[in-house]
Design a protein around this ligand. Sequence first.
Ligand code: GDP
Ligand code: IMO
Ligand code: MG
Length: 423
Amino acid sequence: MAVDLLLGLQWGDEGKGKIVDVLTKNYDIIARFQGGPNAGHTLEFDGIKHVLHTIPSGIFHKNALNIVGNGVVIDPVIFKKELDNLNKFNLDLNAKLLISRKAHLILPTHRLLDAASEASKGKAKIGSTLKGIGPTYMDKTGRNGMRVGDLELDNWKDKYRALSDKHEAMIDFHNVDIQYDLNELETDFFDAVKELKQLTFIDSEEYLYQAQKSGKKILAEGAQGSLLDIDFGTYPYVTSSNTTAAGACTGLGVPPRNIGGVFGIFKAYTTRVGSGPFPTELFDEVGATMGRVGNEFGATTGRPRRCGWLDLVALKYAVQINGVSELMMMKADVLSGFKTIKVCTAYKYKGEKVSHLPYNIEAENVSPVYKEMKGWEKDLTKMTSADELPETLIEYINYLEAELEIPIKIVSVGPDRKQTIHR
Ligand code: GDP
Ligand code: IMO
Ligand code: MG
């Protein structure tokens, strides 16, 4: 039985949480495969908005198990807050939420190191979410990390102490002014670890192997977006994991030949939060309108998201790297009311027109070449079927499908679960 993947194709916040929630009824298992609490996945239904950071977005459905895979990094303190929020909803989390022993732990000092590293970079900072993601993956690949499975050892606190002491020396090395009270942070951390240990830890690759063998339907939920991928994103302004399709294989232990559908999700325009190049970014009233209507504020940090037109050059690249088989277009409703809309079809790169993503897309090298299309006036947010969509939006969809050579199977017209049109 194949494992389907759902991935963001832009710089994150495409609406992955919403669509995973919509699709969960078709699956037995939802599994997160990378990233950590840098993610903020928003779900809306029955008039309530939920934001998940580490816990998979299938958690509200009775039919599905949710697995936090080995490729994820977990901050017990944030995880505890997520659990505390969910406890109000009677979800039987002990039975429905399983955690990989091989997932790495974010220590309080990882967060401090993230802050120290960013402060030392000055203007060149990544714009990290300051959740300790980079330092934790550095310890993972440097073979120094602590994993969830270590918490089952009697001497795990010795391991913790050795790593934390080393981090303190590294924080000093940065020579920046970071104020902290490690005792206080550790009290929270140890409390949170106690709560984490109440949950079920599993050998997730073995669990998922057996699940695949017995025909269970599995959906792997990505975090961040393809342009934040550590290898293929706009390095160094990226996150520290592989956000693209291959990341699901290493982040869950699923063999490549078992991957089925690859669902690529994108906004009808583009947003980015944090630093780094963004060729179609708008600094005018149009961009401000997208931000206002789309309520473009980060679900994790509350920072305003930068907004701009859809970048087809970058989107084609993401479709290519991931091998996308179906597309989902989000937030079409946000573009209602623009007389014309633009799509970036190529870049002017060092004076020449290119239609692939060059090595460096900083503004001094790249400027967008646009195609202008007619916009649509109608409010889409109450529409429930594809027949109702305005003609000019259908033209936009047809154009994108022809350019990307992949069908757009879902058009999302609002944040609620119900505001989802299947085609
Ligand atoms: P994720 O990180 O990919 O899960 O996306 P986020 O939750 O960070 O950001 C997406 C935001 O857009 C959230 O506030 C969602 O509630 C909202 N959203 C999702 N789909 C739509 C849509 O079709 N229309 C509108 N207006 N909002 C949407
Ligand atoms: P979801 O899953 C949008 C961005 C940060 C920063 C860069 C590195 O909600 O789509 P990090 O904390 O990972 O070291 O930050 O990546 N970033 C995200 N942007 N959505 C996310 O997740 C993001 N996770 C990280 O803003 O630019
Ligand atoms: Mg998000």
